[in-house]
Design a protein around this ligand. Structure first.
Ligand SMILES: [Zn+2]
Ligand SMILES: [Zn+2]
Length: 93
């Protein structure tokens, strides 16, 4: 698969997983998320990096397109995660 195809493939998997998650019974929601959403989000982020696209550094499970910078001003994050940049957190510990 080309990178473009991989991007589309994993975006589709994430969407399907999120749909399954939203329809799942409360008791298994967590399980559905962990098995069908978060692994694909993690892969999607890797593929985006490989393709030279930006990803949000505020949360490993975030697949939003980053449109702002972290509080440290050095890394791309989405608006929701400007104050939880894990690259900055790692550097300061
Ligand atoms: Zn984010
Ligand atoms: Zn940062």
């Amino acid at each position: 698969m080309s990178l473009d195809q991989q991007l589309r493939y994993y975006e589709e998997r994430v969407k399907e997983g999120e749909k399954a998650h939203s329809e799942a019974a409360p008791g298994i929601k967590q399980h559905v998320y962990e098995s069908k959403v978060s692994p694909y989000k993690a892969i999607l982020r890797q593929v985006r990096l490989k393709a030279g696209l930006l990803i949000c550094w505020g949360d490993v499970g975030c697949d939003a397109y980053p449109d702002s910078k972290c509080a440290g001003g050095q890394h791309e994050t989405c608006e929701e995660h400007t104050h939880s940049c894990f690259l900055c957190v790692r550097q300061s510990t």
